[in-house]
Design a protein around this ligand. Structure first.
Ligand code: SAM
Ligand code: SF4
Length: 326
């Protein structure tokens, strides 16, 4: 078995694959004016997706996350889940979604082979939820999450972007929410992208105060597993759920990076905030190109930078995370 690694010794068992750039929400930090199609984009088709995932799996990718844009807008999502769940070597198949389609579809996705679910829920307060996302759909999303929990997913995680004045005072509400629910609520520091500079200046806040609040309330920081993602996790014996903190502006964030990204148009992106993408699509048209595809992926990994340039205000070519699959 070949395992992908770069010159810094990092391995990449984790691929995030964007299925679409389109989204029906208007999150203030991502697509505040809603999605506007750039021409008539043709996102990866099912057969291209299967070839891509198979090639990554042959070089050691074990965890696949489907994301976007909003991946649940794809009418063929259940079929895609069914396809990639069959690919040999994929041990964990996850989806990141804004949750709006959960009530009608989550049982079908689970039956098709989805193991893990990340749902973005920036606020439990309907007015704030609307202010952040432009939508009044909090109730149905929360119902969908409870439905998912009842189905027995291996992991249900909720993503909350930490926003000054909008979400940074909500820890007590979240603690009530996870008292009895075995979900992990992950607070993500707002990242600066090409399009959100003014929003970032208004709302960016570091997670340090939140970390202090958790530690003061008796939450215990868990030791990170060697292959853990970017989240620093906390547990408390009186709560069924956990809290995680994702702090891209912290030191050493990139040292643990074990992920690669492929955009909905089939470009390999080595870093969320990198300067370039490598088109894989020409090699996704026929099964016979698999060796060439694997060779291209391996070569590109050697070029993965040691860290992002966010501290220097450099967000690479990423206008917003919907364009790359955040
Ligand atoms: N539409 C789906 C959703 O919102 O879950 C999947 C794509 S979205 C780009 C993936 C995650 O990135 C979401 O949890 C979202 O809140 C987060 N996100 C988007 N823009 C961000 C930013 N500038 N900083 C931090 N997180 C961001
Ligand atoms: Fe859409 Fe997700 Fe971006 Fe919100 S964060 S606008 S739901 S892609």
């Amino acid at each position: 078995m070949r395992v992908l690694s770069d010159p810094l010794g990092r391995t990449f068992p984790y691929l995030r694959l964007s299925l679409t750039e389109a989204c029906n929400f208007r999150c203030g930090y991502c697509l505040p004016d809603g999605y506007v199609a750039d021409g008539r984009p043709r996102f990866l088709a099912r057969d291209e997706i299967v070839r891509l995932v198979t090639a990554f799996a042959t070089v050691g990718m074990r965890k696949l996350r489907l994301t976007g844009g909003e991946p649940t807008l794809r009418k063929d999502l259940t079929a895609i889940i069914g396809d990639v769940a069959q690919v040999a070597g994929i041990a964990k198949l996850a989806l990141t979604t804004n949750g709006c389609r959960l009530p009608d579809h989550v049982a079908g996705w689970h039956a098709a082979g989805l193991d893990a679910l990340n749902v973005s829920v920036d606020s439990l307060d309907p007015a704030r939820f609307h202010a952040i996302t432009g939508h009044d759909r909090l109730d149905e999303i929360l119902r969908g999450i409870d439905h998912a929990l009842a189905l027995g997913f291996t992991a249900v995680k909720l993503n909350v972007v930490l926003l000054r004045g909008l979400t940074d005072d909500a820890l007590p509400q979240w603690l009530d929410y996870i008292a009895e629910r075995p979900v992990s609520v992950r607070f993500i520091e707002l990242m600066r992208t090409g399009d959100n500079v003014a929003y970032f200046e208004r709302h960016h806040v570091r997670a340090t105060t939140l970390e202090r609040q958790l530690e003061d309330a008796g939450w215990l920081r868990l030791v990170r597993a060697p292959d853990a993602g970017p989240s620093i996790d906390y547990m408390h014996p009186s709560y069924a759920g956990r809290i995680g903190i994702i702090a891209p502006y912290s030191r050493d964030f990139c040292a643990g990076c074990n992920r690669l990204r492929v955009t909905a148009r089939g470009d390999l992106r080595l870093c969320l905030f990198g300067e370039s993408g490598v088109p894989l699509r020409p090699l996704l048209q026929q099964d016979d190109d698999r060796d060439e595809l694997v060779a291209l992926i391996s070569t590109q990994l050697g070029l993965k930078a040691s860290g992002h340039g966010l501290h220097q205000g450099n967000s690479g070519i990423t206008p917003h995370l919907a364009s790359i699959g955040g």
